[in-house]
Design a protein around this ligand. Structure first.
Ligand SMILES: [Zn+2]
Ligand SMILES: [Zn+2]
Length: 347
């Protein structure tokens, strides 16, 4: 009996064939007939109706233009309002929120649990300046905010994974044009993370090496797929790119946990991310894209030292159609070697 159906913000349901989880999030309260009218992504919001203009009263975290981070008090609010560069606020339409922690319910042959967690939005101030157009120091502030919020959320009860991602452009699902990233803390380890952690572990057991380090070393030697490189980070088009112009950014030195990144390394990471996005911006004419951080979860208080954190950038150069959905096999229409050579040249 399900008397509490959809009382919470969302519900996680498990596919009992694949073991994968899905979220049924009805927080936006859209009715089934709303979908019929919406065949194209909605027009991006203009600055006059933008919900991210101005410092929010419920900001959880604020960085100032001079990169100082301030704890928020009533006293400092007028200063923050004047000088803020970045704010983290709770998502108005969260996919995860309140509920019962880790209570798995049976529903016939199926399993479900409450979508417990946190869903934050990381907003930079300028409505029209995407990450590609920011200064390295500004991108570094964004990365420090990701890291700091990650550290606050990862030890919360119920949290098994914290996903940090950024959607840019309507085709990438950014319904609000104002640059914003999202930090979502969820009560299960997502299927893609589980698969890559398992894959890294298998490789490590067999070869006594980190599979990601092996890839980074090979790419640095071969140089065919490198897009950009600085002292501490490397960006390359993956050998098995899932989409044309996909880019992955790795710290060259092995590290399983994104959240352990030092301020001294943040600058090189920010530089690699900014340059990669700028190359896509210039080379492909400001395409829509998604990027996300993949890092080792810390679930069951186990650590996964064989994992190697990184960022994956997916420009929207193709869509998942029948073949991809039906088989799980992506089709990339440009060879990664050609894509990298093209992006390398763009200054
Ligand atoms: Zn705006
Ligand atoms: Zn490694």
């Amino acid at each position: 009996m399900h008397t509490n159906k959809m009382k919470n913000i969302s519900e996680l349901r498990q596919d009992i064939v694949s073991g994968d989880w899905v979220v049924i999030a009805t927080g936006r309260g859209r009715r089934p007939d709303d979908f019929a009218k919406q065949t194209k992504p909605s027009k991006p919001t203009g600055i006059d109706t933008c919900p991210f203009e101005g410092l929010a009263d419920n900001a959880l975290y604020v960085s100032l233009k001079n990169s100082e981070i301030h704890s928020i008090s009533k006293k400092s609010y007028s200063l923050l309002r004047r000088d803020w560069f970045l704010q983290i606020i709770p998502n108005k339409y969260p996919a995860f929120g309140k509920g019962l922690c880790s209570v798995v319910r049976k529903n016939g042959p199926y399993f479900e649990e409450d979508g417990v967690g946190f869903h934050d939005v990381v907003v930079t101030r300028d409505h029209n300046r995407s990450i590609a157009l920011m200064k390295t120091e500004e991108v570094a502030m964004l990365i420090r905010a990701y890291r700091d919020r990650y550290l606050q959320l990862k030890d919360s009860d119920c949290v098994e994974y914290v996903s940090i991602f950024h959607n840019h452009g309507p085709e990438a699902g950014a319904s609000i044009a104002h640059p914003h990233s999202q930090v979502v803390a969820i009560p299960v380890v997502p299927p893609t993370i589980r698969r890559s952690v398992d894959g890294s572990e298998k490789f490590y057991k067999k070869n006594k090496k980190c599979v990601h380090c092996v890839m980074v070393d090979f790419e640095r030697k071969e140089r065919e797929r490198i897009v950009y490189e600085n002292e501490l980070f490397i960006a390359f088009a993956p050998y098995a790119s899932r989409t044309a112009f996909e880019i992955r950014i790795f710290p060259k030195k092995h590290s399983a946990l994104f959240e352990t990144i030092h301020n001294s390394a943040v600058k090189d990471f920010a530089d690699a991310l900014r340059v990669s996005l700028l190359k896509l911006y210039k080379g492909l004419g400001n395409p829509s894209y998604n990027f996300f951080i993949h890092t080792s979860p810390a679930f069951d208080s186990r650590t996964f030292d064989h994992y190697h954190w990184h960022v994956e950038i997916f420009p929207k150069t193709g869509i998942w159609a029948g073949f991809e959905l039906g088989t799980g096999i992506d089709i990339s229409t440009v060879a990664p070697e050609k894509a990298a050579a093209f992006l390398r040249k763009i200054k």
